[in-house]
Write a protein that binds this ligand. Structure first.
Ligand code: HEM
Length: 331
């Protein structure tokens, strides 16, 4: 094996054809512009590779708690978050190019745009962003090659990672009647503890609590009643050994949402200083489009909302001893 053969450097290092050179008006900063996009795409590839492998683990009908599966999923999601941190940070490299430098080759790119990054769109879709939740739907389809738009529409019909997580949460066995006798369900106890924890000005939170945890499924929610209940239970009792990895999974999904949002805002601010209020090379309103997309394209927000319904540890309902034993390593 030889270094450059193994890494196929011949292909990678010869894939930077400056459009400005082709047109005979060399623009020095176009090299940076190409390399930074290519390096983002390489990292998107790794993120997708990890995310798909976590998807495959969660797609199983049953996850064996006594196997490495969940720990592997945790490690890979953690890797995704570390890559995303780098992707946020490296926007500064691009900002060493000034708005004036960019203008030297910007018009040659039209109508291409990072908006057409299929790997980014596949990632959003795989995680759980639905077509109808996207900002600027008409813009969305008009800017992609028809085969690309078609493949995103097809992917959007598949089960998303968020749905797999929902199904996995629904299977959490700790509300079963073998632990809680009829009329003595965990949520009856917890509802009382939550009601007690609310100050005078917060009493209206009970309505939301009842809708989310005591009622039927609400329209438009991404997590089902069963999954919301399980997620809250995991948040509360996360210090028990068996619940540590499930808690980490939820937390890492929140990290991914937050880091993607951070990237979107970082990218938007960079775009603002680069092109001001002009429209993008892809024809959107530019900063305005990016701001709306950043606000709307959260995927795992419903996990973050659950924190409104926590109570202090000393108020937690006492778990039946049979259940407590199940939450430890020896079962
Ligand atoms: C000078 C640098 C850049 C400028 C001025 C810029 C500008 C824009 C603009 C205006 C849009 C909205 C669509 C449009 O009208 O074109 C957009 C979208 C996007 N850009 Fe960039 N961009 C830059 C660099 C990058 C880089 C380095 C990446 C990394 C892959 C990137 C990835 C994206 C993605 C993924 C979108 C879609 C975002 C979404 O739909 O939420 N951009 N960009």
């Amino acid at each position: 094996m030889y270094y450059s053969d193994y890494l196929q450097l011949n292909s990678i290092l010869n894939a930077q054809d400056l459009e400005s050179d082709k047109q005979g008006k060399h623009a020095h900063d176009e090299m940076l512009f190409i390399i930074i996009h290519q390096s983002y795409e390489l990292w998107f590839k790794q993120i997708l590779f990890e995310t798909k492998s976590v998807y495959d683990i969660l797609a199983k009908e049953e996850i064996n708690d006594n196997s490495p599966e969940l720990q592997v999923a945790v490690n890979r999601l953690h890797r995704v978050t570390e890559i995303l941190r780098v992707l946020v940070d490296k926007v500064t490299i691009l900002e060493t190019m000034s708005a004036q430098d960019f203008l030297d080759f910007r018009d040659l790119l039209r109508p291409a745009s990072g908006f057409q990054s299929m790997q980014f769109k596949v990632l959003e879709t795989l995680l759980g962003l639905k077509i109808e939740e996207r900002h600027g739907q008409e813009y969305f389809t008009s800017q992609l090659r028809s085969e690309d738009a078609k493949s995103i529409y097809t992917l959007a019909k598949e089960t998303t990672l968020l749905q797999l997580v929902n199904n996995w949460l629904e299977r959490m066995p700790y509300f079963s009647e073998s632990f809680w006798h009829e009329g003595n369900h965990f949520f009856d106890h917890y509802r009382a503890a939550y009601a007690q924890s609310l100050g005078e000005g917060e009493k209206q939170n009970m309505q939301a609590f009842d809708e989310l945890f005591m009622g039927e499924n609400l329209d438009g929610r991404k997590l089902s009643l069963k999954a919301r209940r399980a997620a809250l239970f995991i948040m509360l009792y996360r210090d028990y050994p068996i619940l540590q990895n499930p808690y980490r999974i939820m937390n890492l999904l929140l990290d991914i949402d937050e880091l993607l949002a951070t990237w979107r805002w970082r990218h938007m601010n960079m775009v603002h200083r680069m092109i001001g209020n002009r429209s993008g090379t892809g024809g959107s309103t530019g900063k305005g489009y990016l701001r709306e997309a950043a606000m709307k394209h959260y995927i795992f927000q419903e996990f973050a909302e659950l924190t409104s319904f926590l109570v202090e540890r000393s108020k937690f309902p006492q778990l039946p001893p049979t259940l407590e034993a199940k939450l430890g390593f020896t079962r």
